[in-house]
Design a protein around this ligand. Structure first.
Ligand SMILES: Cc1ncc(COP(=O)(O)O)c(C=O)c1O
Length: 409
């Protein structure tokens, strides 16, 4: 795949079959990318090609197909590792980012935290980065503490020194907010935490499609990612962790593939990352995941960021022109393609339904971030989120559909 194939957005859009349909008689305008992005044809084809030509179980058979499937699965791990500048044996395939966060809560945290210890989160986390820690807190009597966020939707790092105490052993924060689209000041959080002996997990589920990730540059200890938010399939994601941390962690689920040997009463564990991948994995998903990261890499983040900034700036300008519409969070292009808003006197669900009748797919609800909704004093917001295949025309359609909704109510 060469860049020349992608010299404009129309060419890129061509690669996405799902976008060619009409919804209720209108061209589909897909603006729900923060929930899940669509897949380019090469991702779809890599999965069907696997199903047609390569399917077998991995790591088990010594026959041709099993070796081919194993090669493909492990090659995918390498390509995904490259995407974040990591080593492939530090990549643990999971079902999604949520499972990756739960894996850390169930293994590293179970082993290393004890009663009274604190996990530091922020008030703008996705439920996936709150609930696993609440469950841990019930199991282990650890405590949770939260960094607040400011009016532009960024974690307020100025309170770190007030909030910090030596019981904080783990910090887990998102790199990009799924409600505001803001990139969080994680470098500052990471260096502050490391200097005080705590380790840091980054929830990169939302960030991964919008900015280059380098675990070395970020110097985090754990990172969670989902394939379906970066033009890949559902049902696969990964946890990355530093090798020595992974090696010391106890296994997550027990079963086939994660063991070296099994007696009736005891077993020994396989090497990382296999120690954490019990049972038959999502091999087809891994094939799609690798293609998705290749797709992103072939576009390049310069192109992606530039395009999403144009869309975001244009959208904010046009949306703020609508009377009675409030855009939450930052108004500058530190937004990376996620805009939450509220239209006075119309419930976000009603806005979304009217938009849908015009072929526009947005998300309305609490976006799995109910604490944010409480803080904003709204039941829900409408969220329009962009991807590389969106255009300014899509935003024009969104804006005219909102105006139509306002007339309707
Ligand atoms: C910031 C953030 N974290 C975690 C998740 C959970 O991702 P998944 O449902 O793929 O596990 C999401 C999904 O919306 C998200 O936006």
């Amino acid at each position: 795949m060469s860049m020349s194939k992608y010299n404009n957005i129309a060419h890129i859009k061509e690669q996405f079959p799902v976008l060619k349909q009409t919804i209720h008689g209108n061209r589909l305008v897909y603006l729900d990318n923060a929930a899940s992005t669509q897949r380019p044809i090469q991702v779809i084809e890599s999965m069907t090609d696997y199903a047609r030509n390569s399917h077998s179980n991995v790591h088990r058979g010594i026959h041709f197909l099993s070796e081919k499937a194993t090669y493909l699965y492990e090659k995918s791990r390498e390509r995904v590792a490259e995407f974040i500048g990591a080593k492939s044996d530090e990549i643990v395939f999971t079902r999604n980012a949520t499972e990756a966060i739960n894996l850390v809560a169930r293994t590293w945290a179970e082993q290393n935290l004890s009663e009274g210890d604190i996990v530091l989160l922020s008030e703008l986390e996705h439920h996936s980065n709150i609930v696993p820690w609440q469950l841990l807190s019930e199991r282990k009597k650890i405590r949770l503490r939260f960094l607040p966020f400011n009016d532009i939707g960024k974690i307020d790092v100025s309170v770190l020194s007030d909030i910090w105490d030596e019981s904080i052993k783990l910090v887990s924060v998102s790199l990009m907010s799924n409600v505001f689209g803001t990139i969080q000041p994680v470098e500052e959080i990471i260096s502050y935490a490391h200097a005080r002996g705590a380790i840091v997990m980054l929830d990169a589920a939302q960030a991964a499609a919008h900015m280059p990730l380098s675990v070395k540059a970020l110097n985090c200890d754990f990172m969670a990612v989902s394939a379906h938010k970066i033009y890949g399939p559902t049902g696969i994601g990964f946890l990355w962790a530093k090798r020595d941390i992974l090696e010391d962690m106890p296994p997550f689920l027990g079963g086939g593939d994660m063991i070296l040997s099994v007696d009736l009463y005891s077993s020994s564990w396989n090497d990382i990352p296999h120690k954490f991948e019990a049972g038959t994995p999502n091999i087809e998903g891994a094939a799609g995941f690798a293609e998705a990261v290749s797709f992103i890499s072939s576009l390049g983040f310069d192109t992606i960021i530039k395009h999403e900034r144009v869309l975001t700036d244009y959208a904010i300008e046009r949306l703020e022109d609508i009377e009675g519409l409030t855009v939450y969070g930052s108004k500058d292009s530190s937004h990376r393609g996620v805009i939450s808003f509220y239209v006075d006197n119309i419930h976000p669900h009603d806005v979304a339904q009217i938009l849908d009748s015009r072929g526009v797919a947005v998300r309305a609800g609490h976006h799995c971030a109910q604490p944010i909704m409480k803080r904003l004093s709204v039941p829900a917001t409408v969220r329009a989120s962009f991807a590389i295949y969106n255009t300014v025309e899509d935003i024009d359609v969104l804006v005219s559909a909102i105006k139509y909704a306002k007339e309707f109510f």
